[in-house]
Design a protein around this ligand. Structure first.
Ligand SMILES: NC(=O)c1ccc[n+]([C@@H]2O[C@H](COP(=O)([O-])OP(=O)(O)OC[C@H]3O[C@@H](n4cnc5c(N)ncnc54)[C@H](O)[C@@H]3O)[C@@H](O)[C@H]2O)c1
Length: 343
């Protein structure tokens, strides 16, 4: 297959490129290199003859004209990936995450209905999630409700009709999802939507407002103080980049049977695939040498979810995919990657 990855120089994109090349697929990476440091990701593949790089912006139709023909599947990862940035500058977020994605869908339609996989987010769910009853322990919150034993599924609230909100980023991702389904319904463009939770791993350029696992590890290496917003007991499932990359390529290979599907994609609820901030800090201090992490506390971020665990049974049933990298192994691989390639 020939895959086209918008935003393919970024963190998840680079993991997908590595997986695609290892399975013998050709890859076109289209990226405007807006994210600081991602040009270094491309250098890992400099000797790869099956990879083509195009510098371009998904908002610019002229740039899309540079793409070679015979693309079999598109994966759109190009985005503003940051919730705080979307709050500071919602128009910028809208232009990339909605208008940019719509431009990608139009490109797919005009070029023979190329299948499109959208990197969406669990931020499409409103903060109604914060009304779920919780149990507080020494290091984390847990769902009290036994119906959430498998995590949050795809039927959780997205529209907020009873007064709940997302964030400009969550709203934009939801709009991109809805446009994707319209292109599937009206024009027959095959689409799959992955609502991802927290993804971490090699090639990530974590900053404080996005990519927190990588940011915490970098704080350990650099010896800087970590700011914890809230009490640090908030819990997330975490999914390793190489694991999510396997899913995207599995989906690209099976688009004809998956088209129209929307999946929650995350580490899930099995032990070793979720953590609270405090637990992760303890784990990092136990696993790696150096001074213990120093913490500073700040007020909760607005709409921060106390617990988010993805129910991944739907995607597993449809594709057979499951994550296989537990947090400890993922952290170890990241540490080794910093040592080998630098930060
Ligand atoms: N990392 C996560 O935990 C996570 C979770 C949920 C959803 N997502 C989504 O997955 C996708 C990839 O995330 P990531 O973590 O790899 O982010 P990233 O910032 O590392 O990658 C995004 C890439 O898109 C490029 N880009 C940005 N604007 C562009 C534009 N206008 N035109 C072309 N390229 C552009 C950037 O240069 C960057 O290389 C995003 O859509 C993000 O919203 C990520």
């Amino acid at each position: 297959m020939k895959l086209l990855l918008f935003g393919g120089a970024g963190f998840i994109g680079t993991n997908i490129v590595r997986e695609a090349l290892s399975r013998g697929h050709g890859v076109v990476v289209f990226d405007n290199l807006e994210r600081k440091g991602v040009d270094r990701n491309l250098s890992f593949f400099s000797s790869e003859k099956w990879l083509t790089f195009i510098k371009g912006d998904i908002r610019n139709e002229k740039d899309l004209g540079k793409i070679p023909t015979n693309i079999d599947c598109i994966i759109n990862l190009a985005a503003n990936p940051s919730v705080p940035r979307s709050i500071i500058d919602p128009l910028y977020d809208f232009q990339i995450n909605v208008v940019g994605h719509l431009t990608v869908l139009e490109y797919a339609r005009k070029n023979g209905n190329i299948p499109v996989i959208l990197a969406s987010s669990n931020k499409v769910y409103t903060d109604k999630l914060n009304t779920y009853q919780l149990v507080e322990t020494a290091t984390r919150y847990r769902f009290r409700d036994k119906r959430l034993v498998h995590g949050v599924d795809e039927t959780a609230d997205v529209d907020g009709w009873d007064g709940f909100t997302n964030s400009p980023y969550g709203v934009a991702k939801l709009a991109a999802e809805k446009y994707s389904r319209e292109y599937w319904r009206h024009y027959g463009v095959p689409v799959v939507i992955n609502r991802m939770g927290c993804v971490y791993g090699e090639f990530q350029k974590g900053v404080e407002e996005q990519g927190w696992v990588d940011w915490f590890l970098r704080a350990k290496r650099g010896g800087h103080t970590l700011t914890i917003y809230g009490d640090g007991k908030q819990v997330r499932d975490v999914l390793f980049g190489a694991d999510v990359a396997r899913l995207y390529i599995d989906e690209a290979e099976k688009m004809s049977t998956l088209s129209g599907a929307t999946f929650n994609v995350g580490g899930g609820t099995r032990p070793g695939y979720h953590t609270s901030l405090l637990e992760l800090i303890g784990l990092i201090d136990d696993m790696f040498p150096g001074k213990k992490l120093v913490l500073r506390y700040a007020p909760w971020r607005s709409s921060d979810q106390r617990v988010y665990l993805s129910d991944i049974r739907r995607v597993t049933r449809a594709t057979g995919w499951k994550p296989t990298t537990r947090i400890k192994r993922g952290l170890r691989r990241m540490w080794e990657a910093y040592e080998r390639y630098g930060e």
